[in-house]
Design a protein around this ligand. Structure first.
Ligand code: NAI
Length: 474
């Protein structure tokens, strides 16, 4: 059979593309080496980490804060890590069933294995699917008219680290609380997984090459998160790199190098490396077919996610940019529209929100104040602190009142960036994302009627403050 579309990789990007293709009546062949839909996001990324973050948040919340509400007995509470892990597996299994139902059915075939594009003929492309990546088995051959590559990315490695060092996958599956977890990389993964194990009692130290955690985020977010996590007991080694690491009797010994050549040594029972993600090393036969890659190994695509080879599109982490599940899904839908000849508006990088699910949460969309300063663009700024928000007071616990909403706008009042630290920041950013998407002004936002009492009133107040502010001229 000749399928209209072959989708290689069924993470959030591939799944969204399959759903859109099936809505449009295309027959689809899906191939994923995992043998289940959902990709890294579902099986070893966003979903499991959020289960662990939520469970450990409940635990800490109960231990630390409920006495203020007259709820006692906190000191007797315990958290069973094995049960927490079982809960995580149950959530993954439930969502995986949903993903699989999307991949199967009329005009859709889902195949487990490693795909290799062996070439093209006058009808389309030949895809050989193998049990192993080495392709030493015979493989099964399929034919597809067009191809969508959605194979994601892989964790970056550090050559100085010995085997046994954890990546995010293994750190999500520990069956006991580490005594001292040393996290290399103060980004999304480092702070989220560091939070999980810190809440359960691990000592957590973060080694970060830059002078700040969360590089690329707005400076006020970076500082607020640094303060909040320090209060929770994180310790920091900033502006240093790991120069060497060895294991002796189950203990990791690391030598860290500072920019001024100073060295320090650290010992830890567990090491997690979370220094970003990189392109997959395998090219699945695409290079031989002439598909162009950039110097970092990412597939080059145009605005419609088309590669330079007619009939081949690529989306998600494998084309670079922000490595976020929701970016991949948005691109998946647009790539199918583009294959079907529909011209849709581009997914703009600055309209893609980012959330860090620590406590407090941090969420951002659009330009940071640092980026506006660098571009020498006049801008206005308004901030509303949650301590001025009624709903934050009613929530009270776990630093709900420590956060803020910061709205940045161009000189003409159009909102160009929103940055939030606080409880539920990850949900609140949705409204800000819409504001940017529809080019809302601060005046539009401040004149809307927001329900009371809600945390979202702080967004309206911050927009009103930005509306009234005089522009900064960097
Ligand atoms: P990241 O890019 O967020 O952070 C990596 C950090 O490691 C950076 O601060 C970088 O300066 C530091 N670093 C790099 N080399 C280093 C070295 N040699 N020594 C010490 N520090 C070093 O990457 P991360 O945390 O690994 O996450 C990977 C991707 O997964 C991210 O791009 C993120 O988009 C995605 N992700 C998203 C989440 C979310 O949406 N909540 C959660 C987890 C991951």
């Amino acid at each position: 059979m000749l399928y209209d579309l072959g989708v290689i990789g069924t993470g959030p990007g591939g799944l969204a593309a399959v759903a859109e293709a099936r809505r449009r009546g295309l027959s689809v062949l899906c191939v994923d080496r995992r043998g289940a839909g959902g990709g890294v996001c579902l099986h070893e990324g966003c979903i499991p980490s959020k289960v662990l973050l939520h469970g450990t948040h409940l635990y800490r919340h109960a231990c630390d804060d409920l006495t203020h509400w007259g709820i006692g007995g906190g000191s007797r509470l315990t958290m069973d890590v094995k049960t927490l892990m079982a809960k995580k597996r149950a959530v993954i299994a439930g969502l995986a069933r949903g993903a699989d139902s999307l991949l199967k059915g009329a005009h859709a075939l889902s195949v487990a294995g490693h795909a290799y594009v062996t070439g093209r003929d006058k009808e389309g492309f030949c895809v050989s699917v193998h049990k192993k990546e080495s392709r030493d088995d015979k493989g099964t051959l399929y034919h597809v008219r067009t191809l969508l590559i959605a194979i994601g990315s892989m964790p970056s490695r550090l050559d100085v680290l010995p085997s046994g060092v954890m990546d995010s996958t293994s750190c999500l599956s520990l069956d006991a609380v580490p005594e001292h977890l040393l996290v290399i990389g103060g980004g999304y993964i480092g702070l989220e997984l560091g939070s999980v194990w810190r809440r359960l009692g691990a000592r957590v130290s973060v080694v970060e090459a830059q002078k700040h955690i969360l590089a690329g985020m707005d400076k006020d977010i970076r500082q607020a998160m640094h303060r909040a996590l320090t209060k929770q007991g994180f310790s920091w080694h900033m502006g240093v790199r790991v120069e060497s690491c060895h294991v002796d009797k189950g203990v990791y010994h690391l030598t860290l190098g500072h920019d001024d050549k100073r060295q320090e040594t650290l010992r830890a029972s567990h090491v997690l490396v979370a220094v970003g993600r990189m392109a997959h090393e395998t090219d699945m036969g695409l290079r031989a077919m002439g598909v162009a890659y950039d110097e970092r190994g990412f597939i080059i695509v145009d605005d419609g996610f088309r590669t330079n080879v007619d009939g081949v599109c690529a989306i998600g982490d494998c084309i670079g940019g922000k490595m976020l599940a929701h970016k991949a899904s948005g691109e998946g839908v647009r790539a199918i529209e583009s294959l079907c000849g529909v011209v849709s508006d581009r997914l703009q990088e600055e309209h893609i929100p980012a959330v860090i699910y620590t406590d407090p949460e941090a969420a951002s969309v659009g330009l940071s104040e640092d980026a506006l300063g660098d571009s020498r663009c006049a801008y206005k700024k308004g901030v509303c602190f949650f301590r001025a928000n009624g709903r934050a007071h009613t929530i009270g616990a776990m630093g709900a009142m420590d956060g803020f909403v910061k709205v940045l706008a161009y000189d003409d009042d159009r909102v160009c960036g929103v940055h939030i630290v606080g409880t539920q920041a990850g949900d609140m950013i949705a409204e800000a994302t819409q504001a940017l998407r529809f080019s809302a002004s601060c005046e539009d936002i401040m004149t809307q009627c927001q329900a009371h009492p809600t945390l979202s009133e702080a967004f309206v107040e911050a927009a009103a403050a930005a509306f009234r502010a005089s522009p900064h001229h960097p």
